[in-house]
Design a protein around this ligand. Structure first.
Ligand code: HEC
Length: 141
């Protein structure tokens, strides 16, 4: 009975390792904290963007996206400082996310002119695709 349980546990933990193929990126502790802090801010920013789109406040959504996620936010987030610690693929996903957020800001302003949120929502999905792509490939702990 004991052995069966042990073998079962081993098999379970093996499958957990096999399923998680993400690359571990080891950052100095302060930098990891800083990055996770940015991440929580990213999620809060997405919430704010969706809330503004829901109120048809396209300009507000555009400003939030550009200032907190877009190319303007890259420097504020210390991207250049952290980039040397990241594998190339991770760096590219980060840059692609900042670009996608700036494209979203433009799409939101266009949507306001046309009175149609569809293009803005598609551009927002492109931003979120960069979040999930990076999350699928990398972990910090
Ligand atoms: C360049 C890569 C990359 C991009 C782009 C990215 N993330 Fe992350 N994110 C990570 C990594 C790595 C972790 C840590 C995951 C782990 O260790 O399990 C993380 C963790 C998080 C966490 C958990 C924070 C915590 O305190 O544990 C949240 C929330 C998050 N990301 C949201 C987002 C959102 C929202 C976006 C897009 C707007 C985004 N991330 C874009 C790499 C990225």
């Amino acid at each position: 009975m004991k052995w069966t349980k042990l073998i079962l546990l081993c098999l379970l933990s093996l499958s957990a390792v096999a399923e998680d193929g993400r690359v571990l990126v080891e950052l100095p502790p302060m930098m990891r904290e800083h990055m996770l802090h940015n991440m929580r801010d990213h999620l809060e920013t997405l919430r704010g963007i969706v809330a503004r789109l829901g109120q048809a406040d396209y300009e507000g959504a555009a400003e939030l996206a550009e200032g907190r996620l877009g190319m303007s936010a890259m420097q504020a987030h210390g991207a250049a400082h952290m980039a040397p610690f990241m594998p190339e693929g991770m760096r590219q996903a980060g840059t692609a996310m900042h670009h996608a957020a700036s494209r979203f800001a433009q799409a939101a302003r266009d949507a306001e002119v046309r009175g149609d949120p569809a293009t803005a929502l598609r551009a927002l999905a492109d931003v979120m695709a960069q979040c999930t792509a990076c999350h699928a490939g990398y972990r910090l702990q």
